[in-house]
Design a protein around this ligand. Sequence first.
Ligand code: PLP
Length: 414
Amino acid sequence: MTQTIIPVLPFNVNRVREDFPILAQKVHGKPLVYLDNAATTQKPQAVLDALAEYYTEHNANVHRAVHLLSERATRLHEEARTTVQRFLNAREAREVIWTRGTTEGINLVAQTYGRKNVGAGDEVIISAMEHHSNIVPWQMLCEEKGAILRVIAMNDDGELLLDEYEKLLGPRTKFVSVVHLSNALGTLNPVKRIIERAHEYGVPVLLDGAQAAYHVPLDVQELDCDFYAFSGHKLYGPTGIGVLYGKAELLDAMPPYQGGGDMIRSVTFEKTTYNVLPFKFEAGTPHIAGAIGLAAAINYITALGMDSIADHERDLLAYGTRALESVPGLRLVGTAREKASVLSFVLKDIHPYDLGVILDQQGVAIRTGHHCAQPVMDRFGIAATARASMACYNTREEIDVLVRGIHHAQKLLG
Ligand SMILES: *Cc1c(COP(=O)(O)O)cnc(C)c1O
């Protein structure tokens, strides 16, 4: 058997940085050190070009006309869907639904699958490390239905307690929705096991993949998750576009989410019949340029190699963890064994907000606050953390700048 050998260039972070024009700028007279990637990532030139090219050369509405531009826009929009399908290794392109982002994907499932299948006394399981967008939609559903929200606890390292999870599962469980990779702690959850256990009870599982999608190679068939939601803007793509993957048989059986154009087959004042997948869940004119931009982002990171990116980020995580642990008075929050490149921490006697302001003066962008995960902060008995989160274009030198900035803040405020 002959094997095709695809030449993979060694990962060269300085070469990668050249693809991101925004990184070349100075802020407050200092070179930008962008370490707020868990909030959103920067966009490579390939994505900027795809957006500009779409609006410059192809712009038209999709699915509606026979004219050439509309045909072209429709083709590009559907090719983008196929790109996502391959990226996720979904069985079929119709299992890929365009959304505005992770938040909308989770709300879609709560409001369609959830409202249809969860009733009074039933239970929905989430975890103690969820983003608000994977808490509130389920709370709203449970409130409406008289159902109960159950929460998988975690240990002091920020790891889920799987024994506790198994005790929560039972005949009343109707849905499990957990984060694949925590934005606040960096924990990479054992989602395959979580899914297997839920399936033993016939319970479907949604994964919040907002963070995992740009750090971890994905295969929804291998994971056997029932739904997977992620956002384009965290995956080096545009804002306002995201993806909900769902197994076709589940999506087919679900009622539509929003009503309007494109999601219908026929409409009379007496009765409307709904379109087939994926259009049943895509009411109104979609974010065509966003979908094309997201596909460009996926092509970009696929060409870099998801494994190479993960290796590079693992190195940054190890280097950054060591560097931060050497800072006196600094405590890391989130020390799971399985972790991605997120470093959340608190400093003795310095409020994260004050640190953030001083670091900004040094050109260093980090996030401070509760990271849309207030229950996580409560669990660790703190109000906020400072969070440095790394992406494919970050370097060890940038972590050195961060650490020098922290020392500087300690001198000023300590
Ligand atoms: C960012 C994020 C979300 C929400 O994503 P949106 O793009 O704001 O919809 C949900 N979960 C996690 C883990 C996140 O990091």
